[in-house]
Structures are given as structure tokens and as C-alpha cells.
Design a protein around this ligand. Structure first.
Ligand code: SAH
Ligand code: SF4
Ligand code: F3S
Length: 481
């Protein structure tokens, strides 16, 4: 493993990391004797947000440094790990379902190690359920102890007992872990961990611990390194990026971080998520407008358009404040693309209150929305609230909202016809001979082209706009929007 660089009050003691290095050496030796002719194979699947994906990349980095090779084939794996998400009940149900399917695989393959980690495990009732009802799961660990993976593996390989470690509830920052990035031109770059907001519906503060920011210079250096390696898009991650280094002077805060990364030489885009409207400042929108490499896309979740509901959600802003931010953002960046998250059917939400959500959606003119039906999360304040609205009514509201957004998105994409956009070419599209590119504003355009364009920026003219996926062709000359 690489040399750790601990920083700040949340950092893990260097002695602890040194101890893990010792375990890593032992695990490597044990694995070599257990698999003398080949590398053991690890199958890792991550659920949930990009923050969890970034954790998954660290886990993969550690496993590769221990001598594992990664596989996409569950059946041939010697180590299977699900990195889980707890945000909605549905997300958890899927995990339980998939873990259930591992039972026969384990029965046939005694040496197989099955592990579960991530946000879902950080809830006591889930860990208990795994302990009791899934005896073939060997390892369960939480979101604060990823760096202890070498020790966990050592204990399983040499002790043969199940390992459960859900310690470290306040969270920490571990620098210097190896990272195995899934992408070669798009990179996730966490800038902070945890959340202090306690929105009344949300499980994240409970499973991710207190908010803590990575060191400014460590982040800028990592960005510089990624760009030198050829990455074309860097997404800065945090549950509430606007409160990055909020106790520090302005020159260390989020707008300054954006400006510092923007100053790095090279042709690349900077994205970030998620912004919380309470902490989204004019300084941030000014920095976005000033920085040519920051994609003109703002993901600003509003959750509800009604002030009473927002208050019950503990969001600390109201409709007027949200809309004034949007006004300022459009004023500074006329072509800005705005996306958002919305919750439908929060406990006690009336039909009139839901109408306020619809009117806000119509007013803002979003590019796209992530829409969710409220899911009660055990232990959160909202889970204990009276929720008299029937499921069918919530589904009706949900459909009404998605229909409205579809109409808005349709009008937006129709207006893109004939215009040329710079896209980062991401992958082959479903249709043969077509590629899929993403605009700064987070809109996908598919166009004919050869796969060697993947990972490059191209100018594409929209020829056939559909609501979600637009068709286009490589532009002859640049008339870029
Ligand atoms: N930190 C981000 C959100 C992270 S969770 C923010 O505050 O904007 C992503 C989205 O999941 C949230 O914005 C919210 O819309 C949704 N969500 C969170 N908890 C939920 C719940 N209990 N039920 C339904 N949707 C939920
Ligand atoms: Fe959850 Fe709110 Fe924190 Fe976002 S800001 S992660 S919604 S508690
Ligand atoms: Fe899910 Fe945890 Fe992210 S609950 S959304 S994986 S922070």
C-alpha cells in the first residue's frame, strides 16, 4: 500500500495504518499459498450514490494491493462483496434478495468469502439480521473502517470465524489508501465525508457520521495528478459540498477549491455534487460562472416546493430562498442546466402542498429530476410521523410529477435541435455504430462515430431531439453552445 498522509482531527493514527500494512503482508502470503497458480478473484458490487462508488474504488484498490484480481463474474469469484446503500427501503430489499442468492454458491464453494459493507450495515437492526439469518456471510463492516480490510481478511483466512466491525461512528478520514478507479477518463474525487444536516427523512447522517472535510491541498494535488493521467472529467463529491471547510477562512472553502482546480492546466471538466440550497452561496455561483472548466450544471435538490413541508423536512430554507438562488444562477449563467431531487408523499403532505412542488418544477424549468416516493427509514424523525396518505395517492402524485417533468424536458430538448454542443464521449450507445456523449448540462446525445472517440471531447450537432435521448452527428464546424 502507498504511504498514508493523515491530516486533521478526523485522521486515523499512523500506527493503525502501519498495523494494517503488516496485516496486508500476511494476507498476501496466505493468499499466495492458497492460490499458488492464479490470482484469487474478487467480485465487488456497489449500490447507492457516487460517494459509495468512490468507497468501492478504495476497496478494490486495497484488494488489488493484496493480490486479488477483479472479476465481473459472480460464479468464479473467491471473494464477493456488496457495498450497500440504505437510502430507501427498496435499495435495502434488493441487497437482501441478492445476498440470499449467494447461499447455494457458498454451499458449493467452501473457501468463498462473502462480505457486506456500506451504509446499510451501519444500522444495528440490519447487522443483527445478517448475523442471525445469513450465517454464510463471513464479513460485515461499516463505513468508517474500510482501511481495516487487510485485518478483517487476515482474521477470516487464519481464524475461520465470522467478523463484524461497525465501529468508529463519528467517522474519520483516511488518506493514502490505494484506489482502483472504474473509469479511465471520468474520476470521482471525494472532498468531504458524512453529513450534519439531519434532514428528517434521511438516514445518511446516522450511517456516515459527522461531516468532515479533506485537506484542501491534498484534493488539489489529487486533481492535478488525475488530469496529468489524462482524466477528462472530475466530479467533486460530498453530501453537502457547499459546507466544505466551513469553519475555515474563505480561501479554503468550496468556491476557492473550484477556482484552484480550474487553474490546473489542461482540457477537462469539473463537476460537483451535491449542493444543499441552505449553504449554496452567491460566492459559489460566481465561482461557477467564472471558471471555464466548471460544467454549467447545477444539481440543487429542493425536495418540496411547500414551506411547511420543507420545515418538517428540516431543510432550513424556504421556497422563496430556493427560487432566489435559481434566479441568481440563471442571471450569472444564462444557459445553465439545473437538475434536482424531489420527494413525493412526505408524511402529512396534502394535495395542495404537493401542487406547490408542481408549480416550483414548472417555474424552474429543470433539465431532469430524480423523483422519489418517501420511504420511512427506521430511526429517523420522519419515520415516526403520522402518514395518513394512502400509497395509491402517493403514486398518483408521483406520476403527475414525472409527467410534468417529461413535458418540460421535451420542450427543452426540442429547443436544442440544430444547435452544437461539446460532449464528453462516454461509451458505445445501444444502437450499433453509435456513441453516447454527455453535454456540460448532463444531457445525453447519441451520434454515429467510431469507438476511438470514447474519452475525448467532441462537438455534436443535435439532429433529432427526443425527451431523454437526443440524436446528433459530429459537427462540421464549431458553433458551440
Ligand atoms: N445530500 C444530498 C442528498 C443525498 S440522498 C442532498 O441533501 O441533497 C439523495 C436523495 O435521496 C435526496 O436528495 C432525497 O431526494 C432522496 N431521499 C433521501 N432519503 C429519502 C427517503 N427516506 N425517502 C425518499 N427519498 C429519500
Ligand atoms: Fe441526507 Fe439531508 Fe444530509 Fe442530504 S443534506 S445527506 S438529504 S441529511
Ligand atoms: Fe446510500 Fe449511503 Fe450514499 S445511504 S445514497 S450509499 S451515503
Amino acid at each position: 500500500m502507498t504511504t498514508p498522509q493523515p491530516t486533521g482531527r478526523f485522521s486515523v493514527a499512523p500506527e493503525e495504518l502501519a498495523r494494517q500494512e503488516e496485516y496486508a503482508a500476511l494476507v498476501e502470503t496466505v493468499l499466495q499459498s492458497r492460490y499458488p497458480d492464479r490470482k484469487p478473484l474478487a467480485f465487488i458490487h456497489t449500490y447507492g450514490c457516487q460517494g459509495n462508488v468512490a468507497d468501492g474504488e478504495k476497496i478494490k484498490g486495497i484488494l488489488c494491493s493484496l493480490g486479488f484480481a477483479l472479476t465481473e463474474d459472480l460464479q468464479s469469484a473467491d471473494f464477493i462483496l456488496y457495498n450497500t446503500c440504505a437510502i430507501r427501503e427498496h435499495a435495502q430489499d434488493r441487497v437482501f434478495g441478492n445476498v440470499g442468492k449467494l447461499k447455494p454458491i457458498k454451499a458449493q464453494k467452501k473457501d468463498l468469502i462473502i462480505a457486506l459493507c456500506g451504509c446499510m450495515m451501519q444500522q444495528d437492526y440490519v447487522a443483527e439480521k445478517i448475523k442471525k439469518s445469513y450465517p454464510y456471510v463471513d464479513l460485515v463492516f461499516g463505513t468508517h473502517v474500510i482501511h481495516k480490510l487487510p485485518e478483517f481478511l487476515y482474521r477470516i483466512l487464519c481464524g475461520g470465524k465470522r467478523v463484524f466491525d461497525l465501529s468508529g461512528g463519528d467517522g474519520n478520514i483516511v488518506e493514502g489508501l490505494p484506489v482502483h478507479r472504474d473509469g479511465t477518463f471520468k474520476a470521482w474525487l471525494p472532498i468531504m465525508y458524512g453529513c450534519n444536516n439531519f434532514c428528517s427523512y434521511c438516514v445518511v447522517p446516522y450511517v456516515r457520521g459527522r461531516e468532515r472535510s479533506r485537506d484542501f491541498d491534498v484534493i488539489v494535488n489529487e486533481a492535478r495528478h488525475l488530469i496529468a493521467q489524462g482524466y477528462k472529467e472530475i466530479t467533486l463529491l460530498g453530501q453537502n459540498v457547499n459546507s466544505y471547510n466551513k469553519d475555515k477562512p474563505e480561501q479554503y472553502r468550496f468556491p476557492a477549491l473550484l477556482r484552484a482546480i480550474n487553474d490546473i492546466e489542461g482540457d477537462f471538466w469539473i463537476r460537483f455534487m451535491t449542493s444543499h440550497p441552505r449553504d449554496c452561496s452567491k460566492a459559489l455561483l460566481d465561482a461557477m460562472a467564472d471558471c471555464s472548466k466548471v460544467a454549467k450544471h447545477l444539481h440543487l435538490p429542493f425536495q418540496s416546493g411547500n414551506d411547511r413541508v420543507l420545515q418538517e423536512m428540516n431543510r432550513h430554507y424556504d421556497r422563496a430562498k430556493y427560487l432566489s438562488l435559481i434566479d441568481y444562477a440563471y442571471q450569472k449563467m444564462p444557459g445553465l442546466s439545473i437538475t434536482s431531487d424531489v420527494i413525493v408523499g412526505f408524511p402529512g403532505e396534502t394535495d395542495e402542498e404537493f401542487e406547490d412542488t408542481l408549480s416550483l418544477v414548472a417555474q424552474v424549468n429543470y433539465t431532469s429530476l430524480f423523483t422519489f416516493i418517501f420511504s420511512p427509514r427506521p430511526g429517523t424523525k420522519a419515520a415516526a410521523m403520522d402518514d395518513p396518505t394512502p400509497k395509491e395517492e402517493k403514486t398518483r402524485r408521483f406520476q403527475k410529477l414525472t409527467a410534468l417533468q417529461e413535458q418540460i424536458a421535451g420542450a427543452r430538448t426540442a429547443a436544442m435541435k440544430g444547435k452544437t454542443f461539446r460532449v464528453l464521449v462516454e461509451e458505445p450507445a445501444k444502437e450499433d455504430g453509435f456513441l453516447s456523449g454527455r453535454t456540460q448540462g448532463n444531457v445525453i446525445i447519441e451520434f454515429p462515430g467510431s469507438s476511438d472517440l470514447i474519452g475525448t471531447f467532441q462537438d455534436v450537432t443535435v439532429t433529432e431531439p427526443k425527451t431523454w435521448i437526443l440524436k446528433g452527428e459530429l459537427a462540421e464546424e464549431t458553433n458551440r453552445t
